[in-house]
Ligand binder design. Sequence first.
Ligand code: 5GP
Ligand code: MN
Length: 334
Amino acid sequence: MEKQQVETLKRILANKQQCIGIIVHTNPDGDAIGSSLGLYRFLKVFDYPDVHVIAPNDYASFLHWIPGNDQVTVATKNEDKAQQVIAGAGILFCLDFNGFGRTEQLANALSDSKAVKVMIDHHPQPEDGFDIVFSDTNASSTAELVYELITSIHDEDAIDTLTAQCIYAGIVTDTGSFSYGCNNPRTYEIVARLIEKGVDGEKIHRLLFSKYTESRMRLLGYCLSERLVVMPEFQAAYIHLTKKDLATYNYITGDTEGVVNYAMNIEGIRLAALFTEEDDHVKVSLRSTGNMDVNLLARQHFNGGGHKNAAGGKSFQDMNNTLRAFVSLVKKGI
Ligand code: 5GP
Ligand code: MN
Protein backbone atom coordinates (compact mmCIF):
# COMPACT_ATOMS: atom_id res chain seq x y z
CA MET A 1 0.00 0.00 0.00
CA GLU A 2 1.40 3.37 -0.94
CA LYS A 3 1.87 5.34 2.26
CA GLN A 4 0.82 8.70 0.89
CA GLN A 5 -2.41 7.29 -0.53
CA VAL A 6 -3.17 5.62 2.80
CA GLU A 7 -2.54 8.92 4.63
CA THR A 8 -4.81 10.80 2.23
CA LEU A 9 -7.54 8.23 2.75
CA LYS A 10 -7.11 8.36 6.53
CA ARG A 11 -7.62 12.14 6.43
CA ILE A 12 -10.77 11.77 4.39
CA LEU A 13 -12.08 9.00 6.66
CA ALA A 14 -11.69 11.31 9.67
CA ASN A 15 -15.18 12.60 8.88
CA LYS A 16 -17.33 9.76 10.19
CA GLN A 17 -20.67 11.39 9.46
CA GLN A 18 -20.44 11.42 5.68
CA CYS A 19 -22.22 8.84 3.53
CA ILE A 20 -19.84 6.10 2.32
CA GLY A 21 -20.67 3.91 -0.65
CA ILE A 22 -18.91 0.65 -1.47
CA ILE A 23 -19.59 -0.40 -5.05
CA VAL A 24 -18.74 -3.59 -6.89
CA HIS A 25 -18.86 -4.66 -10.53
CA THR A 26 -21.81 -6.15 -12.42
CA ASN A 27 -22.26 -9.90 -11.90
CA PRO A 28 -20.36 -9.70 -8.61
CA ASP A 29 -18.29 -12.74 -7.72
CA GLY A 30 -16.95 -13.99 -4.39
CA ASP A 31 -14.10 -11.51 -4.40
CA ALA A 32 -16.38 -8.54 -5.11
CA ILE A 33 -18.83 -9.48 -2.35
CA GLY A 34 -16.20 -10.74 0.12
CA SER A 35 -13.95 -7.69 -0.24
CA SER A 36 -16.80 -5.17 -0.09
CA LEU A 37 -18.42 -6.78 2.95
CA GLY A 38 -14.99 -7.02 4.62
CA LEU A 39 -14.51 -3.29 4.15
CA TYR A 40 -18.13 -2.68 5.21
CA ARG A 41 -17.65 -4.67 8.42
CA PHE A 42 -14.44 -2.78 9.23
CA LEU A 43 -16.21 0.58 8.83
CA LYS A 44 -19.13 -0.58 10.96
CA VAL A 45 -16.79 -1.81 13.72
CA PHE A 46 -15.22 1.66 13.70
CA ASP A 47 -18.65 3.26 14.10
CA TYR A 48 -19.22 4.81 10.69
CA PRO A 49 -23.01 5.23 10.75
CA ASP A 50 -23.79 5.70 7.06
CA VAL A 51 -22.12 2.97 4.99
CA HIS A 52 -23.80 1.19 2.06
CA VAL A 53 -22.72 -1.66 -0.19
CA ILE A 54 -24.11 -1.44 -3.72
CA ALA A 55 -24.12 -4.30 -6.23
CA PRO A 56 -25.35 -3.44 -9.75
CA ASN A 57 -27.18 -6.78 -10.02
CA ASP A 58 -27.84 -10.04 -8.21
CA TYR A 59 -25.28 -12.71 -7.45
CA ALA A 60 -24.98 -16.39 -6.62
CA SER A 61 -26.79 -17.71 -3.53
CA PHE A 62 -23.63 -19.52 -2.37
CA LEU A 63 -22.34 -16.03 -1.43
CA HIS A 64 -25.35 -15.15 0.70
CA TRP A 65 -23.84 -16.50 3.94
CA ILE A 66 -21.05 -13.89 3.85
CA PRO A 67 -21.45 -11.66 6.95
CA GLY A 68 -23.34 -8.46 6.14
CA ASN A 69 -24.95 -9.87 2.97
CA ASP A 70 -28.40 -8.68 4.10
CA GLN A 71 -27.06 -5.11 4.01
CA VAL A 72 -26.19 -5.19 0.29
CA THR A 73 -28.36 -3.03 -1.96
CA VAL A 74 -28.87 -4.74 -5.32
CA ALA A 75 -29.45 -1.91 -7.78
CA THR A 76 -31.72 -3.91 -10.10
CA LYS A 77 -34.04 -4.41 -7.10
CA ASN A 78 -33.63 -0.96 -5.53
CA GLU A 79 -32.39 1.44 -8.20
CA ASP A 80 -33.46 4.57 -6.27
CA LYS A 81 -31.40 3.73 -3.21
CA ALA A 82 -28.36 2.83 -5.31
CA GLN A 83 -28.55 6.11 -7.22
CA GLN A 84 -29.14 8.09 -4.01
CA VAL A 85 -26.08 6.63 -2.29
CA ILE A 86 -23.85 7.25 -5.30
CA ALA A 87 -25.05 10.82 -5.74
CA GLY A 88 -24.91 11.67 -2.03
CA ALA A 89 -21.74 9.91 -0.89
CA GLY A 90 -18.63 11.71 0.32
CA ILE A 91 -16.52 8.64 -0.45
CA LEU A 92 -17.15 5.88 -2.97
CA PHE A 93 -15.01 2.79 -2.66
CA CYS A 94 -14.90 0.97 -6.00
CA LEU A 95 -13.98 -2.64 -5.39
CA ASP A 96 -12.76 -5.35 -7.78
CA PHE A 97 -13.08 -3.20 -10.90
CA ASN A 98 -11.04 -0.41 -12.45
CA GLY A 99 -13.33 1.36 -14.93
CA PHE A 100 -16.78 2.87 -14.34
CA GLY A 101 -18.19 0.90 -17.29
CA ARG A 102 -17.99 -2.31 -15.24
CA THR A 103 -20.93 -1.07 -13.14
CA GLU A 104 -23.09 -0.80 -16.29
CA GLN A 105 -26.32 1.08 -15.40
CA LEU A 106 -24.56 2.82 -12.48
CA ALA A 107 -21.60 4.06 -14.54
CA ASN A 108 -23.03 7.49 -15.33
CA ALA A 109 -24.02 8.16 -11.73
CA LEU A 110 -20.55 7.09 -10.68
CA SER A 111 -18.74 9.41 -13.05
CA ASP A 112 -21.13 12.29 -12.18
CA SER A 113 -20.75 11.84 -8.43
CA LYS A 114 -18.71 14.44 -6.54
CA ALA A 115 -17.51 11.83 -4.04
CA VAL A 116 -13.85 10.99 -3.53
CA LYS A 117 -13.53 7.81 -5.57
CA VAL A 118 -11.23 5.16 -4.19
CA MET A 119 -10.25 2.23 -6.41
CA ILE A 120 -9.22 -1.00 -4.70
CA ASP A 121 -8.53 -3.54 -7.43
CA HIS A 122 -6.17 -6.10 -8.92
CA HIS A 123 -7.07 -6.04 -12.62
CA PRO A 124 -4.63 -4.76 -15.26
CA GLN A 125 -5.02 -1.46 -17.12
CA PRO A 126 -6.79 0.74 -14.54
CA GLU A 127 -8.77 3.59 -16.09
CA ASP A 128 -8.82 7.29 -15.16
CA GLY A 129 -11.54 8.92 -13.06
CA PHE A 130 -10.51 7.72 -9.60
CA ASP A 131 -9.02 10.03 -6.93
CA ILE A 132 -7.19 7.46 -4.82
CA VAL A 133 -5.93 4.27 -6.42
CA PHE A 134 -4.90 1.04 -4.73
CA SER A 135 -4.25 -1.12 -7.77
CA ASP A 136 -1.98 -4.16 -7.64
CA THR A 137 -2.09 -6.87 -10.30
CA ASN A 138 0.15 -9.07 -8.14
CA ALA A 139 -2.49 -9.39 -5.46
CA SER A 140 -4.47 -12.63 -5.52
CA SER A 141 -7.69 -10.75 -5.02
CA THR A 142 -9.25 -7.44 -4.08
CA ALA A 143 -10.01 -9.01 -0.70
CA GLU A 144 -6.26 -9.36 -0.10
CA LEU A 145 -5.87 -5.63 -0.84
CA VAL A 146 -8.69 -4.80 1.57
CA TYR A 147 -6.75 -6.71 4.25
CA GLU A 148 -3.62 -4.70 3.44
CA LEU A 149 -5.55 -1.43 3.47
CA ILE A 150 -7.34 -2.03 6.78
CA THR A 151 -4.10 -3.07 8.48
CA SER A 152 -2.34 -0.01 6.98
CA ILE A 153 -5.04 2.35 8.22
CA HIS A 154 -5.09 0.73 11.66
CA ASP A 155 -3.42 -2.53 12.58
CA GLU A 156 -4.29 -6.21 12.73
CA ASP A 157 -6.57 -5.66 15.69
CA ALA A 158 -8.93 -3.81 13.36
CA ILE A 159 -9.84 -7.16 11.78
CA ASP A 160 -12.38 -9.19 13.73
CA THR A 161 -13.65 -12.69 12.94
CA LEU A 162 -16.47 -11.47 10.69
CA THR A 163 -14.20 -9.17 8.69
CA ALA A 164 -11.73 -12.05 8.40
CA GLN A 165 -14.47 -14.37 7.09
CA CYS A 166 -15.42 -11.87 4.37
CA ILE A 167 -11.82 -11.42 3.29
CA TYR A 168 -11.13 -15.15 3.34
CA ALA A 169 -14.19 -15.76 1.14
CA GLY A 170 -12.81 -13.27 -1.40
CA ILE A 171 -9.35 -14.82 -1.47
CA VAL A 172 -10.51 -18.43 -1.66
CA THR A 173 -12.98 -17.79 -4.51
CA ASP A 174 -10.66 -15.62 -6.62
CA THR A 175 -7.82 -18.14 -6.36
CA GLY A 176 -10.00 -21.18 -7.11
CA SER A 177 -9.19 -22.51 -3.63
CA PHE A 178 -5.54 -21.50 -3.86
CA SER A 179 -4.99 -23.00 -7.30
CA TYR A 180 -4.21 -19.86 -9.38
CA GLY A 181 -3.14 -16.24 -9.00
CA CYS A 182 -1.63 -16.83 -5.57
CA ASN A 183 1.94 -17.99 -6.08
CA ASN A 184 3.30 -15.60 -3.53
CA PRO A 185 4.01 -15.99 0.17
CA ARG A 186 2.07 -12.84 1.10
CA THR A 187 -1.31 -14.39 0.24
CA TYR A 188 -0.58 -17.31 2.56
CA GLU A 189 0.70 -15.00 5.32
CA ILE A 190 -2.58 -13.09 5.16
CA VAL A 191 -4.56 -16.33 5.13
CA ALA A 192 -2.61 -17.48 8.21
CA ARG A 193 -3.59 -14.25 10.02
CA LEU A 194 -7.24 -14.75 8.98
CA ILE A 195 -7.25 -18.28 10.40
CA GLU A 196 -5.77 -16.86 13.63
CA LYS A 197 -8.66 -14.40 13.68
CA GLY A 198 -11.07 -17.32 13.88
CA VAL A 199 -11.83 -18.20 10.26
CA ASP A 200 -12.83 -21.84 9.79
CA GLY A 201 -11.39 -22.45 6.32
CA GLU A 202 -12.95 -25.88 5.95
CA LYS A 203 -16.41 -24.62 6.84
CA ILE A 204 -16.13 -21.70 4.43
CA HIS A 205 -15.01 -24.05 1.69
CA ARG A 206 -18.14 -26.15 2.21
CA LEU A 207 -20.37 -23.05 2.25
CA LEU A 208 -18.92 -21.83 -1.04
CA PHE A 209 -18.33 -24.99 -3.01
CA SER A 210 -20.58 -27.74 -1.62
CA LYS A 211 -23.94 -26.04 -1.97
CA TYR A 212 -25.01 -27.25 -5.42
CA THR A 213 -28.68 -27.78 -6.00
CA GLU A 214 -29.40 -31.03 -7.84
CA SER A 215 -30.31 -29.09 -10.99
CA ARG A 216 -27.05 -27.10 -10.91
CA MET A 217 -25.08 -30.35 -10.66
CA ARG A 218 -27.08 -31.87 -13.56
CA LEU A 219 -26.50 -28.72 -15.63
CA LEU A 220 -22.77 -29.22 -15.09
CA GLY A 221 -23.16 -32.85 -16.22
CA TYR A 222 -24.99 -31.68 -19.34
CA CYS A 223 -22.27 -29.12 -20.11
CA LEU A 224 -19.58 -31.79 -19.94
CA SER A 225 -21.39 -34.64 -21.68
CA GLU A 226 -23.36 -32.74 -24.34
CA ARG A 227 -21.85 -29.32 -24.86
CA LEU A 228 -18.11 -29.61 -24.43
CA VAL A 229 -16.21 -29.19 -27.70
CA VAL A 230 -12.50 -29.99 -27.57
CA MET A 231 -10.08 -28.79 -30.25
CA PRO A 232 -6.93 -30.66 -29.18
CA GLU A 233 -4.92 -29.50 -32.20
CA PHE A 234 -5.43 -25.92 -31.00
CA GLN A 235 -5.26 -26.70 -27.27
CA ALA A 236 -8.69 -25.14 -26.87
CA ALA A 237 -12.08 -26.24 -25.53
CA TYR A 238 -15.43 -24.53 -25.24
CA ILE A 239 -18.97 -24.99 -24.00
CA HIS A 240 -22.13 -23.15 -24.93
CA LEU A 241 -25.49 -22.88 -23.22
CA THR A 242 -28.68 -21.56 -24.77
CA LYS A 243 -31.53 -19.94 -22.89
CA LYS A 244 -33.48 -23.15 -23.48
CA ASP A 245 -30.72 -25.22 -21.84
CA LEU A 246 -30.78 -22.91 -18.84
CA ALA A 247 -34.56 -23.15 -18.54
CA THR A 248 -34.41 -26.96 -18.74
CA TYR A 249 -32.12 -27.02 -15.71
CA ASN A 250 -34.02 -24.34 -13.76
CA TYR A 251 -31.02 -22.03 -13.96
CA ILE A 252 -30.56 -19.42 -11.27
CA THR A 253 -27.77 -16.82 -11.01
CA GLY A 254 -24.47 -18.49 -10.15
CA ASP A 255 -25.30 -21.94 -11.52
CA THR A 256 -22.69 -21.72 -14.30
CA GLU A 257 -19.97 -20.39 -12.00
CA GLY A 258 -16.90 -22.60 -12.32
CA VAL A 259 -18.12 -24.52 -15.40
CA VAL A 260 -15.43 -23.06 -17.66
CA ASN A 261 -12.72 -24.38 -15.33
CA TYR A 262 -13.71 -27.97 -16.12
CA ALA A 263 -12.86 -27.40 -19.78
CA MET A 264 -9.59 -25.89 -18.60
CA ASN A 265 -8.79 -29.00 -16.59
CA ILE A 266 -8.41 -31.22 -19.66
CA GLU A 267 -4.79 -32.13 -20.18
CA GLY A 268 -3.16 -30.04 -22.89
CA ILE A 269 -5.86 -27.34 -22.94
CA ARG A 270 -4.52 -23.78 -22.75
CA LEU A 271 -7.67 -21.87 -23.64
CA ALA A 272 -11.23 -22.52 -22.49
CA ALA A 273 -14.44 -20.61 -23.06
CA LEU A 274 -18.03 -20.69 -21.88
CA PHE A 275 -20.73 -18.95 -23.92
CA THR A 276 -24.03 -18.35 -22.18
CA GLU A 277 -27.05 -16.92 -23.98
CA GLU A 278 -28.69 -13.98 -22.20
CA ASP A 279 -31.56 -11.69 -23.22
CA ASP A 280 -29.69 -9.27 -25.49
CA HIS A 281 -26.19 -10.74 -25.71
CA VAL A 282 -24.06 -13.83 -25.25
CA LYS A 283 -21.99 -13.76 -22.06
CA VAL A 284 -18.43 -14.87 -22.68
CA SER A 285 -16.18 -16.39 -20.02
CA LEU A 286 -12.55 -17.08 -20.86
CA ARG A 287 -9.73 -18.92 -19.08
CA SER A 288 -6.16 -19.68 -20.10
CA THR A 289 -2.82 -20.85 -18.81
CA GLY A 290 0.66 -19.44 -19.30
CA ASN A 291 1.21 -16.69 -21.83
CA MET A 292 -2.15 -16.98 -23.55
CA ASP A 293 -3.70 -13.57 -22.76
CA VAL A 294 -7.48 -13.77 -22.51
CA ASN A 295 -7.74 -10.20 -21.16
CA LEU A 296 -6.55 -9.08 -24.57
CA LEU A 297 -8.88 -11.52 -26.35
CA ALA A 298 -11.85 -10.25 -24.31
CA ARG A 299 -10.93 -6.61 -24.93
CA GLN A 300 -10.33 -7.00 -28.66
CA HIS A 301 -13.17 -9.32 -29.59
CA PHE A 302 -15.76 -9.55 -26.82
CA ASN A 303 -16.27 -6.03 -25.41
CA GLY A 304 -14.78 -7.05 -22.09
CA GLY A 305 -11.59 -7.55 -20.16
CA GLY A 306 -10.29 -9.12 -16.97
CA HIS A 307 -7.02 -10.75 -16.03
CA LYS A 308 -4.43 -12.35 -18.32
CA ASN A 309 -5.67 -15.85 -17.45
CA ALA A 310 -9.31 -15.15 -16.55
CA ALA A 311 -11.47 -12.69 -18.43
CA GLY A 312 -14.98 -12.14 -19.65
CA GLY A 313 -17.11 -10.06 -21.95
CA LYS A 314 -20.16 -9.94 -24.19
CA SER A 315 -20.95 -10.79 -27.78
CA PHE A 316 -23.81 -8.99 -29.50
CA GLN A 317 -23.99 -11.56 -32.30
CA ASP A 318 -26.26 -14.58 -31.93
CA MET A 319 -24.89 -17.79 -30.43
CA ASN A 320 -24.01 -19.48 -33.74
CA ASN A 321 -22.13 -16.48 -35.06
CA THR A 322 -20.39 -15.98 -31.73
CA LEU A 323 -19.18 -19.58 -31.71
CA ARG A 324 -18.12 -19.30 -35.36
CA ALA A 325 -16.12 -16.16 -34.60
CA PHE A 326 -14.46 -17.81 -31.61
CA VAL A 327 -13.53 -20.98 -33.52
CA SER A 328 -12.10 -18.89 -36.33
CA LEU A 329 -9.98 -16.89 -33.86
CA VAL A 330 -8.75 -20.12 -32.29
CA LYS A 331 -7.83 -21.55 -35.71
CA LYS A 332 -5.94 -18.38 -36.55
CA GLY A 333 -3.99 -18.77 -33.29
CA ILE A 334 -5.91 -15.79 -31.75
P1 5GP B 1 -16.05 -14.57 -15.32
O1 5GP B 1 -15.64 -15.36 -16.50
O2 5GP B 1 -15.90 -15.39 -14.05
O3 5GP B 1 -17.38 -13.91 -15.46
O4 5GP B 1 -15.01 -13.37 -15.19
C1 5GP B 1 -13.63 -13.62 -15.14
C2 5GP B 1 -12.87 -12.32 -14.96
O5 5GP B 1 -13.13 -11.44 -16.04
C3 5GP B 1 -13.20 -11.54 -13.71
O6 5GP B 1 -11.99 -11.01 -13.20
C4 5GP B 1 -14.09 -10.42 -14.15
O7 5GP B 1 -13.92 -9.30 -13.36
C5 5GP B 1 -13.64 -10.20 -15.60
N1 5GP B 1 -14.80 -9.86 -16.45
C6 5GP B 1 -15.90 -10.62 -16.66
N2 5GP B 1 -16.74 -10.00 -17.50
C7 5GP B 1 -16.16 -8.82 -17.83
C8 5GP B 1 -16.56 -7.71 -18.66
O8 5GP B 1 -17.62 -7.70 -19.28
N3 5GP B 1 -15.68 -6.66 -18.74
C9 5GP B 1 -14.49 -6.64 -18.08
N4 5GP B 1 -13.69 -5.58 -18.21
N5 5GP B 1 -14.10 -7.66 -17.28
C10 5GP B 1 -14.91 -8.74 -17.16
MN1 MN C 1 -11.13 -10.16 -8.07
